[in-house]
Design a protein around this ligand. Sequence first.
Ligand code: PHE
Length: 340
Amino acid sequence: MKAIAILALKEAALIEARAAGTAEALEQVRIKYLGRKGLLPDIMKGLKDADVSERPAMGRYANELKQELAALLEKRRAALEKAAAVSAPDSFDATLPGRWRAFGARHPISRIIEDAIRIFDTLGFTVADGPDIETEYYNFDALNTPADHPSRDTQDTFWLESGQLLRTQTSPVQIRVMESRPPPVRIIAPGRCYRRDTTDATHSANFHQIEGLYVGERVSMADLKGDITCFAQRLMGPGVKVRFRPHFFPFTEPSVEYDFSCHVCGGKGCRVCKQSGWIEISGAGMVNPKVFTKVGYDPETVTGYAFGMGVERIAMIRYGIHDIRLLYDNDKRFLEQLAQ
Ligand code: PHE
């Protein structure tokens, strides 16, 4: 017998040990190679008859076979035992408390937008969309706000180097929608707006609006008041009141600003409504005929109303938040209190 034959035998033994999938099979491998009548003791016995030059290597390989195989068998046995323990029925302890998993929740801003989409859907409104990066035309000119118009000053604009701007309002979506389809139109357009406002408890340079536009035959101010009031009560509860104050916007005539009664204090005055009992939501009005002309609608045959809504303002009274910045900090201690 040659040393190389023992090496081959060792390889075969290790392969068999790795393939053995049960404790029984492992034991068979052990008996075959290491057992009293196994292959290894046989080899050891034959050692004295082997060629002298082969003997040291044979002895070494035989030893390796014994040790490596024994170690591998032990390792496999332990692994099989562990696997068996995990799948055994009594390894499941039903009295242990479950593992706690933190659930995410919708952000208050997203929830108001989703609720608004649902409520206006029942009034026949679909959702429209426009880009955050707008042209001067859509954000101002088409909305009857020429370059020297003073109302541009009230909406301090972030201008881009390209000459475009970050939209200061969602009103440009009105224009994009009317350009793209004939009347009647009934859409809302939620989205982000940007103004160079200094951030404080009620202002943020980046905020959200929901634009609304309803154009058709004989749409009136009464429709506007009714629909906004209906929305406010569906969103906040039947007790909420809406008041309209005369105002000016270049793209609506007549124009109003409108307020919701403060949901936090019920109108008595509190920190959220700054003691006034009312929260200003945004502006609205009857679409200016000049805007209709710009988009190719005939102001003689259609009328329409438009409104904006400040989503953060609504969130503040709905959830009793006295500082707008809390809505952007993503402090989990704050958000968890509002999670549903
Ligand atoms: N876009 C106006 C603003 O941001 C609000 C508004 C929308 C007014 C629609 C009238 C009609 O102040």
